[in-house]
Write a protein that binds this ligand. Structure first.
Ligand code: AMP
Ligand code: MN
Ligand code: MN
Length: 326
């Protein structure tokens, strides 16, 4: 209660607000940035939506997403920074320098691994998505929803719950989503843009990743990887190929899945997923990243080959998996 009061009073006092999401943005990040920005604009604030990273192209089909800008120095003149869906300062790219300049900062997030890096932090891992937290905040602030706001807000709840499939889904998720649908959100539009708009090159990459798929620990652990050459071959980037780790998890015997994608030589993003009991956020934390119990990730820096570099991660997971069974 005290957190919500401080958060609302910070917002009330500010005129120029930057709402910033995390690097390598996903649906929840883009949804939270855009719906909070539109909501605060309705309250008369001057708001800049911002993400210091390239936005995956399919999200431009949603309204207003083209207004999201990367970090620039002129944003230093703002009164308040609201960071959404990011668990630590290294996740916001250039906006860390805005924080260093001493701007008041609010953090709104649902990651268990959040480091509480703002002046006011509303962090609650019980929420399915940061977008659902934004929905509750905008309701508290008495914001009137229109169709575009409802659609943008629904987007993050749908994507971060795997379209209402994950263990984070409780009755409140359906209630809040239903309210957004009542106010004009279109579930069919969201699922068409997110799920039914895959490029054929994604399938070619999937074919290569499947050829490298390994199953170990009696089929409980599945992993694969792709090097930069593969992405280059099809004119794709790691940004264009993000759902594959979920495919690995969907194998019937699998508890833990890992997929490593090489963004540039010597740097890869590692995505981790689990199904029932294995806490992947602990693995991600051990390698300098973060996330949730069932979905986490980190950036791996290395010299030489990607496969050699991920050996350490593979062994770490195998050991933990064995321990968790004893
Ligand atoms: P991903 O595998 O990239 O889809 O990420 C899964 C979850 O882990 C998301 O909730 C991310 O926000 C989080 N995550 C991914 N990479 C990192 C990182 N480098 N540091 C902290 N959290 C991360
Ligand atoms: Mn996210
Ligand atoms: Mn999220």
């Amino acid at each position: 209660m005290r957190t919500m009061n401080s958060l609302m009073s910070e917002i009330e006092q500010a005129k120029k607000i930057v709402v910033c999401g995390h690097i390598m943005p996903d649906g929840d990040c883009i949804s939270s940035v855009m719906s909070l920005s539109l909501g605060l604009e309705k309250l008369g604030k001057k708001v800049t939506p911002a993400i210091d990273w390239e936005i995956p192209s399919k999200f431009y089909e949603f309204p207003h997403v083209d207004k999201i800008i990367p970090y620039s120095e002129e944003l230093q003149l703002s009164d308040l920074l609201i960071v959404v869906d990011a668990s630590s300062p290294d996740r916001i790219g250039g906006f860390q320098s805005l924080m260093k300049s001493g701007i008041r900062t609010i953090v709104i997030d649902h990651h268990k691994t959040n480091t509480y890096f703002g002046n006011v932090c509303w962090v609650d891992p019980k929420y399915s998505s940061t977008a659902q937290m934004v929905y509750h905040l905008l309701k508290l602030l008495d914001v009137n929803y229109d169709e575009e706001l409802a659609l943008l807000n629904y987007l993050g709840i749908a994507t971060d719950t795997g379209f209402f499939r994950y263990s984070s889904v409780d009755a409140s998720v359906f209630e809040d989503a239903a309210d957004l649908v009542r106010q004009g959100a279109r579930p069919d539009v969201v699922s068409r843009i997110i799920l039914d708009s895959r490029r054929i090159e994604e399938f070619y990459l999937e074919r290569e990743a499947l050829a490298k798929l390994k199953l170990c620990c009696d089929g409980k652990f599945a992993y694969s990887y792709l090097e930069k050459e593969s992405f280059d071959k099809y004119g794709m980037t790691t940004n264009d190929f993000i759902g594959f780790v979920g495919e690995l998890r969907s194998i019937n015997t699998v508890e833990v899945a890992m997929f490593a994608s090489e963004a540039s030589k010597g740097e890869a993003h590692v995505s981790l997923r689990s199904k029932c009991y294995f806490d992947v956020s602990e693995v991600a934390l051990a390698f300098g990243g973060g996330g949730h119990e069932r979905a986490a990730g980190f950036t791996l820096k290395y010299e030489g080959e990607l496969l050699k570099a991920i050996k350490e991660v593979i062994e770490f997971i195998e050991e933990r998996l064995r321990d968790s069974e004893n």
